[in-house]
Design a binder for this molecule. Structure first.
Ligand code: ATP
Ligand code: MG
Length: 291
């Protein structure tokens, strides 16, 4: 019989997302050329690559917003190329997405925005939806007053958190984050790093993120895939990737920014334990130190 430990280890290695020979073209422009990729349960997985390398398109394909020209994508055991409408609807409720620019409705308050997926997909009462929205706000590290505000009244960091609160509304198993720290000051970005770690530690979420943020990559990501020239050029921890001699990978490690992030990652303990990770409590961000 399988021991609990063996079962846990097996579940941890279970692939939650499986891409097999995924190819995407726009006209004659080949963006993905037979890409294979796995994302495992409860890992923080990052997609990196130069501008136009196809990161956002790949993410859109994982969340049923774009169909690849060839290959297969399985998410939570479902083949995305072969779903009935009711299965697609059910699957969409099992993931949350934080879009790069927040994607909140400007005419709704933050609380109404967070409650929207619950109003669409559940028959819960307004009172209960408000309570859940307040709880998600707190999970995302925002004070309750923010619930009554409109998106235009929020700072960039608060907007990202509000958008995260909405992504968490339906208790997803899987979270997709597009550039979660882009445009934030170092302290706000640290808060988001910490929040991502906390969500994984406390709720066992599997997280897929697109980011250019070297600190987020070194401090938070478990595995990173580098996209370039239509292919995955390498997959591994940042430390593993740093040893690969491939110019498309080297660009993330060479140059002053790459070297500084790498040096500072060595000085810091890699992951902060869940017990210390609190939303809103910033960890020291290496690049925020005065040079
Ligand atoms: N709907 C579309 N129609 C035509 N071309 C598209 C479409 N969507 C994306 N592309 C092209 O596909 C390529 C990959 O785009 P994508 O947005 O996935 O890149 P990216 O890696 O996310 O880049 P960035 O870092 O700049 O966001 C680009 O050359 C883009 O112009
Ligand atoms: Mg993009």
């Amino acid at each position: 019989m399988q021991s609990v430990l063996e079962k846990n280890a097996e579940q941890k290695n279970e692939a939650i997302i499986e891409l097999s020979k995924v190819s995407t073209r726009f006209g004659s422009h080949v963006v993905h050329d037979e890409i294979d990729l796995d994302v495992r349960r409860a890992e923080i997985f990052a997609l990196i690559g130069g501008s136009g390398s196809g990161k956002s398109t790949l993410l859109r394909e994982m969340i049923l917003l774009h169909r690849p020209d060839a290959g297969s994508i399985k998410v939570l055991g479902n083949d995305l190329g072969n779903l009935r409408d009711d299965e697609a609807l059910a699957l969409r409720q099992r993931w949350g997405v934080m879009f790069q620019h927040g994607g909140l409705f400007g005419s709704l308050t933050v609380k109404e925005n967070i409650g929207l997926p619950l109003r669409e997909h559940t028959g819960l009462s307004d009172t209960l939806i408000d309570e859940i929205a307040a709880w998600k706000l707190d999970m995302a590290g925002l004070p309750s007053e923010v619930g009554a505000q409109y998106p235009s009244e929020l700072s960039g960091g608060m907007m990202k958190r509000a958008s995260l609160a909405r992504a968490l509304a339906l208790d997803p198993e899987l979270l997709f984050l597009d550039e979660p720290t882009a445009g934030l000051d170092p302290v706000s970005a640290d808060g988001v790093d910490q929040l991502v770690l906390t969500l994984r530690e406390l709720f066992g979420l599997t997280i897929v993120m697109i980011t250019h943020d070297l600190d987020l990559l070194w401090q938070v990501a478990d595995r990173v895939a580098v996209l370039a020239k239509g292919k995955v050029q390498g997959v591994g921890s940042m430390s593993e990737l740093s040893k690969i001699d491939n110019p498309d990978i080297r660009q993330f490690f060479d140059g002053p920014r790459g070297r500084t992030a790498q040096e500072q990652a060595k000085e810091q303990p890699q992951k902060t334990p869940a017990a210390e990770a609190q939303p809103g409590k910033p960890i020291a961000r290496p690049s925020s130190k005065p040079k």
